[in-house]
Design a protein around this ligand. Structure first.
Ligand code: HEC
Ligand code: HEC
Length: 179
């Protein structure tokens, strides 16, 4: 009886350990989403200027592989349908309680807010600006902290295309505020 019991126990332990490891490896949907992003097409090293245009929170949403955890993050552009990043702009966020948080855009148009910096109450309203030009997003962010969850590179039924500040360079005057 003893050897059999030992075998049964060993098998049970192996199975249990296997399941535990699988659970630790996390949600397969999450790892598929991370894998689907592949290598960084921009070739930048991991850091604030990498993966422009990608949904930052897929990797920085708390389930890894990014250790830095964001509440919102993305990439913004100067003009509609063009790839020039909005460098040195500001992303203004306003939550459901009217609490605000402004975050600058870096040299590739990326910005991010960590969970340690701000815990907004969703939905959140978004405005982007540079100098006198500004663009409001009319709808709000429900729960997707990644701008690219909706603003994918190609315009589609769910995507308005990448977020931009102005339609054309002529639009940068800022309307009434311009000369
Ligand atoms: C495919 C996964 C993935 C995506 C998408 C991604 N990152 Fe990362 N990021 C990482 C990994 C992995 C690291 C290195 C580990 C770390 O520092 O969090 C990293 C590091 C960083 C860091 C350095 C954090 C620190 O504390 O030093 C910043 C900042 C950053 N990423 C910003 C962004 C922004 C902004 C976006 C979206 C435009 C983005 N990342 C998209 C995986 C990703
Ligand atoms: C839930 C989907 C969704 C998310 C998430 C989202 N947007 Fe939008 N955004 C839209 C839609 C749809 C429009 C077009 C209609 C409108 O203005 O509401 C838009 C429009 C905009 C505009 C107006 C100019 C343009 O590009 O059309 C800006 C600026 C903008 N978004 C910025 C952002 C930023 C920055 C983020 C991330 C912090 C973000 N959005 C996240 C759906 C989204």
């Amino acid at each position: 009886m003893r050897p059999n019991l030992g075998l049964g126990l060993g098998f049970g332990l192996t199975l249990g350990l296997g399941l535990a490891l699988f659970a630790c490896a996390g949600d397969p949907v999450h790892s598929d989403a991370v894998d689907a992003l592949g290598d960084d097409p921009t070739g930048m090293p991991n850091g604030p200027t990498h993966r422009a245009g990608q949904p930052c929170l897929t990797c920085h949403g708390g389930s890894g592989p990014g250790t830095a955890q964001f509440i919102v993050g993305g990439t913004v552009y100067m003009f509609k349908d063009q790839s020039d990043p909005l460098v040195g702009g500001t992303v203004h966020l306003t939550d459901a309680t009217n609490a605000t948080f402004d975050v600058p855009t870096n040299e590739v148009g990326n910005f991010f807010v960590t969970t340690a910096e701000w815990q907004p109450v969703f939905p959140v309203l978004v405005k982007i600006s540079k100098d006198v030009a500004e663009a409001d997003m009319i709808s709000h962010i429900g729960r997707d902290g990644s701008c690219a969850d909706c603003h994918t590179s190609t315009i589609g039924p769910r995507s308005p295309g990448p977020p931009y500040l102005a339609l054309t360079p002529e639009d940068l005057g800022g309307g009434d505020a311009g000369p």
